[in-house]
Design a protein around this ligand. Structure first.
Ligand SMILES: C[S@@+](CC[C@H](N)C(=O)[O-])C[C@H]1O[C@@H](n2cnc3c(N)ncnc32)[C@H](O)[C@@H]1O
Length: 274
């Protein structure tokens, strides 16, 4: 495995059991029927009943299984054996193991998964920041997408990733463009799902500019469409942000309105083609 990803896999193997037990992920609520999908991704992906959906970097499967509850036949891949084990377990507990499969794979070298040909390839929230290589990521998307399917991406807007998350006034603390050798994030940082837990493993995280993301997909012949930017986020990017009733995070009234989420689709066929 790519040595940068090996460092990150260790980090994810450590935090996954903490996440499963956390109020943040609320597994009990999920088992009672709560969905972890928000209005943005549900609206963009649309009707999934009867469709095959591949979820890249699925963590322990809550979003994947939420799509399954909406009628999709789902496959999730993640490089963390701890996450895949927990996802299998959650599928069984939710009674969805007949329509959901999980595989351990690095998303940058997964090749064709379960025969490929997926109607939807989906990824959201906290994904490419973990990848040192978007070329392999794009290869995996192309290898698995049906000719008339689409890839849907929803994650932190690359511009939002430049800012220091500890201060309310936007303060640039990180590069906008990709840097191949970012510093190692030291051990001892609080976990995002359970801040009382201090993570022992280091990690390495990568910035990717919007044109770098689009560029690798376009270079493989995909057409990018339905590009959307949102002034709310999937987490607390700034200390003044509050969670709304829809589960997204909003800046206080009067603060700078910044692009915090980026959503887009990509497909082998242009939606404008006749
Ligand atoms: C923040 S989580 C995914 C977001 C998901 N929406 C969630 O919160 O449940 C990121 C996931 O990416 C996985 N991951 C990181 N790098 C990966 C890689 N190179 N290949 C496959 N999975 C990877 C981690 O194991 C983790 O489960």
């Amino acid at each position: 495995m790519n040595p940068q990803h090996a460092i990150n896999r260790h980090w994810w193997d450590e935090v996954t059991p903490v996440h499963v037990e956390s109020a943040f992920y609320d597994v009990e609520g999920f088992l009672r029927g709560n969905s972890t999908l928000g209005r943005v991704e549900r609206g963009a992906v649309g009707e999934v009943s009867g469709k095959r959906l591949l979820h890249l970097q699925c963590h322990f499967g809550m979003d994947t299984l939420s799509w399954a509850r909406l009628g999709a036949e789902v496959v999730g891949i993640d490089f963390s054996p701890a996450a895949v084990r927990q996802a299998d377990d959650l599928a069984r507990r939710a009674g969805l193991d007949g329509v959901a499969c999980f595989f351990e794979a690095d998303v940058t070298s997964a090749g064709r998964v379960s025969g490929g040909g997926f109607d939807v390839v989906f990824t959201s929230f906290g994904t490419i920041v973990w990848l040192s290589d978007l070329e392999g990521w794009a290869d995996t998307i192309v290898a698995n997408l049906a000719e008339d399917g689409f890839f849907y991406f929803l994650d932190a807007h690359p511009a939002s990733m430049m800012f220091d998350e500890s201060v309310a006034t936007p303060t640039v603390a990180y590069d906008y463009f990709h840097r191949a050798d970012p510093g190692l994030e030291a051990s001892g940082t609080p976990d995002y799902a359970n801040p009382d837990y201090r993570i022992q493993s280091p990690s390495r995280q990568f910035e990717w500019a919007m044109t770098e993301i689009f560029g690798v997909l376009e270079a493989r012949g995909l057409t990018i469409f339905e590009i959307r930017e949102y002034p709310f986020g999937a987490w607390r990017h700034f200390p003044d942000m509050e969670e709304g009733p829809d589960g997204y995070w909003y800046r206080a009234a009067g603060e700078w309105r910044l692009p915090l989420l980026l959503g887009f689709k990509a497909g082998k066929r242009s939606p404008l083609a006749a």
